[in-house]
Design a protein around this ligand. Structure first.
Ligand code: ADP
Length: 459
């Protein structure tokens, strides 16, 4: 299909009976490729579904669409609006996926399909926690033995790897709320199992991102050499964590996934107040899930035998990962996160996933507690025998008198909203100290907050 250069907004109009009355050239070309034409009903199923919904509800419906064209998929954002007795269609963000990203060769397609039978399907919410995990082929049950239960943070299960160009398709996809393909990932603590992750964003009817659904396909082990050796440690007694999963995480995960499905009206339109209730249930469920995670961590780090792994890590890389993981949350508040440059490397000694957990907490707080439209900076410093990574925001900051108190269990400085538990900084400092480092608060009174994580470094 040859799609000519086109304006930023493509338009089409429909007769009252749903037949296409007029369309800009690229849309008409797509309609013809799908077997329709001017004067016939819309032949692209995803666009036809949006039109039907808008017609039935009598309101404007706006959604992302991926249409399959001969040359590859086309991403677009479609808005259908009742106009007179017909419908008006506007399409923006028309982007053809580069054919290189799509395996056009039938053999590659076949192997994709075969791999999918061995892979599994996952869904995460915007907090990057698993909501659902399904074996691709139920009969053979391809799920790993210790598959993540709903509520597990994505980063506690998958360790993302950059490709040869240093790119991470998933982080780029999340930041832009777009689909991504072929993100390489290992299981945390197990370099021998690698997966290729591909997923697409899920939006609700209001166009709000509610998560991602995708597939994890196992990669032949020989494809990528192990990146770092790490002896996995189990921090929770097996029984405690199992009980927690069974009695809390699984039912909560089901509640959240069901409430999200209802709230997003994926099965059809609902009365608006019902949809709002469903969204309230989902968000209350998420807070509870976060609390369960915090309590599990608390239980683990307060044990006398709590230990961490000492491995060589790059703090700048960890800063970039934390920024990537929180990109969507930041975008919701129009906050920009400035991460260390890609050529910056700062060595330190600590446990990779625990440092990432601390940084996600610090950057998450910075995004939550500073004002919309501001900037959060992640800055690294290499010292002798010590490395530092700072998270600096432009919010109200923390008064000098509160700078110790804030690390106490359940201390929230008088906040009583449901968005936190007051455990994040307590856990983060305990983790930092267990790794031979610390977390301090710097900066002048009256400035935004400046959290400084220091860790031992070589040399
Ligand atoms: P939570 O965020 O769940 O309340 P934390 O232990 O992470 O728990 O933080 C404790 C309290 O410290 C927060 O409730 C908030 O009042 C304050 N705080 C943390 N980070 C920041 C920040 N970047 N700016 C201002 N206040 C902060």
């Amino acid at each position: 299909m040859n799609i000519p250069a086109h304006p930023a907004v493509l338009r089409a109009s429909l007769f009252p009976d749903g037949r296409l009355a007029s369309a800009d050239a690229p849309l008409l070309a797509l309609q013809r490729e799908a077997g329709g034409d001017l004067g016939t009903p819309i032949a692209v199923p995803q666009i036809a579904a949006i039109i039907r919904l808008s017609q039935r509800l009598g309101v404007t419906i706006s959604r992302p669409v991926v249409a399959a064209a001969e040359r590859g998929d086309i991403d677009m954002w479609v808005r259908a609006r009742p106009e007179g007795s017909g419908m008006a269609l506007s399409v923006i963000d028309w982007r053809e996926r580069s054919p290189a990203a799509m395996p056009t060769d039938p053999a590659a397609r076949e192997s994709d399909i075969a791999a999918l039978a061995e892979g599994w399907i996952w869904q995460i919410d915007t907090q990057l926690r698993f909501q659902m995990i399904l074996a691709g082929d139920d009969v053979h049950g391809a799920l790993p033995a210790d598959a993540p239960v709903p509520g597990t943070p994505f980063s506690a299960f998958f360790d993302l790897r950059s490709d040869k160009e240093g790119d991470m398709a998933m982080l780029r996809g999340l930041a832009q709320r777009r689909a991504f393909r072929d993100q390489l990932a290992a299981l945390v603590g197990d370099d021998t199992h690698l997966f290729r992750l591909s997923a697409f964003p899920l939006f609700d009817m209001a166009g709000q991102l509610i998560g991602y659904r995708g597939a994890a396909l196992p990669v032949e082990q020989a494809v990528v050499a192990p990146f770092r050796s790490e002896s996995a440690v189990t921090l929770y007694p097996a029984d405690f964590s199992k009980r927690l999963d069974r009695s809390l995480r699984q039912p909560l995960g089901r509640i959240i996934a069901n409430a999200d499905t209802i709230g997003a009206q994926l099965d059809g339109p609902l009365r608006p107040d019902y949809a709002d209730y469903a969204q309230d249930i989902a968000s209350a469920g998420r807070h509870l899930m976060a609390l369960v995670d915090d309590l599990a961590d608390l239980q683990a780090i307060d044990r006398p035998d709590f230990s961490v792994v000492a491995e060589e890590v790059d703090l700048a890389d960890l800063g970039r990962r934390a920024a990537g993981l929180l990109g969507v949350k930041a975008l919701d508040r129009q906050i920009s996160i400035l991460a260390p440059e890609t050529d910056c490397a700062v060595n330190a000694i600590g446990e990779f996933r625990r440092i990432l957990q601390i940084l996600v907490n610090l950057v998450g707080n910075a995004v939550r507690y500073s004002s919309e439209g501001s900037t959060v900076r992640i800055v690294t410093e290499q010292g002798h025998g010590e490395a530092r990574i700072m998270v600096i925001d432009q919010g109200a900051g923390i008064e000098p008198a509160d700078r110790e108190r804030i690390f106490e269990k359940f201390e929230r400085l008088g906040r009583d909203d449901a968005s936190g538990s007051g455990l994040g900084l307590y856990i983060s400092r305990r983790l930092a100290r267990a790794m031979g480092g610390d977390i301090r608060i710097g900066g002048e009174a009256g400035e935004g907050a400046r959290f400084i994580l220091s860790l031992p470094a070589l040399g």
